[in-house]
Design a protein around this ligand. Structure first.
Ligand SMILES: NC(=O)c1ccc[n+]([C@@H]2O[C@H](COP(=O)([O-])OP(=O)(O)OC[C@H]3O[C@@H](n4cnc5c(N)ncnc54)[C@H](OP(=O)(O)O)[C@@H]3O)[C@@H](O)[C@H]2O)c1
Length: 253
């Protein structure tokens, strides 16, 4: 337990894409706040099991579960895992997503569909399935600052994340009467192993431009998600929380 976090003991969180970098960080922060965690993955079973093992080693409760979020039936089964293992589902963080780079000119419709299917339709299916089994609680969708600002090679990705922003607002509107709050977080560039080597110019430009002078860490996004799931955010729904070290206010000239 991290005394710096709100106490989520007794609650159950499902984090999708938790075999990935940011999702794993989010899962870890929910566990550190005392929540039992369903650690979702698609192909990263080994990494998801490592996240579970880390949580259990620290005295927490967690289970790994596989699902393809583009399949609504698998999303329903995934929500059922939380109920089966821990008896309830209070919080969902939808972090599963893909981020390929492709120029708009020449982009095949299958490339477009693959991104929109996973990032937007998969998030829709996750929200719908989760809300079916939740009795109140909180859902947070991981969008991106690219949902508001375009980036070269990311037309499909940015469009999908803009859709996620409106999905969160629409879900907040429709699920509010059921006591389910729905928000989004929009991370900026988050550190992962090998990023500095793979994209040195971009990372360097980010560090120079961002008011806080660094890339994000998965835990920075995780703590924002824990806040939105906590009683401290009890009157916050339909909000997009930008978590970007201030990049959104940095002048581009
Ligand atoms: N990295 C950044 O700087 C950044 C910035 C802003 C927003 N984001 C967003 O944050 C989220 C996490 O990003 P990340 O950098 O941590 O990426 P990541 O390491 O690639 O993690 C994303 C995870 O999504 C899962 N996934 C992909 N397609 C799926 C599908 N059809 N069904 C189920 N799971 C699927 C993958 O699971 P498996 O590995 O198990 O197959 C993958 O581990 C994404 O939504 C991304 O768009 C990232």
């Amino acid at each position: 337990m991290d005394p710096g976090l709100p106490d989520l003991t007794g609650t159950v969180a499902l984090v999708t894409g938790a075999g990935g970098g940011i999702g794993a960080g989010i899962a870890g922060r929910f566990a550190a706040a005392g929540a039992a965690v369903v650690v979702h993955h698609l192909t990263s079973a080994e990494r998801a099991e490592a996240v579970v093992a880390g949580i259990v080693a620290d005295g927490g409760r967690a289970v790994a579960a596989r699902a393809d979020v583009t399949d609504p039936d698998q999303c329903a089964a995934l929500a059922g895992v939380a109920v089966k293992w821990f008896g309830r589902l209070d919080t969902v963080v939808a972090a599963a997503g893909v981020q390929p780079v492709a120029a708009l000119a020449g982009m095949g419709v299958e490339e477009w569909r693959a991104v929109v299917d996973t990032n937007l339709t998969g998030t829709f299916a996750t929200v719908q399935a989760a809300a079916e089994v939740m009795a109140g609680g909180s859902i947070t969708l991981v969008a991106s600052i690219e949902g508001r600002r375009s980036a070269r090679g990311h037309a499909h990705y940015a469009a999908s994340k803009a859709g996620v922003l409106m999905l969160a607002r629409s879900a907040a509107l429709e699920y509010g009467p059921a006591g389910i709050r729905v928000n989004s977080v929009s991370p900026g560039l988050v550190h992962r192993d090998g990023l500095d080597e793979a994209w040195p110019d971009g990372v360097d430009a980010w560090r120079r431009s961002a008011p806080l002078g660094r890339l994000g860490e998965p835990s920075d996004v995780g703590d924002a998600c824990v806040f939105l799931a906590s009683p401290m955010a009890r009157w916050i729904t339909g909000h997009d929380l930008v978590v970007d070290g201030g990049m959104a206010v940095a002048p581009s000239w």
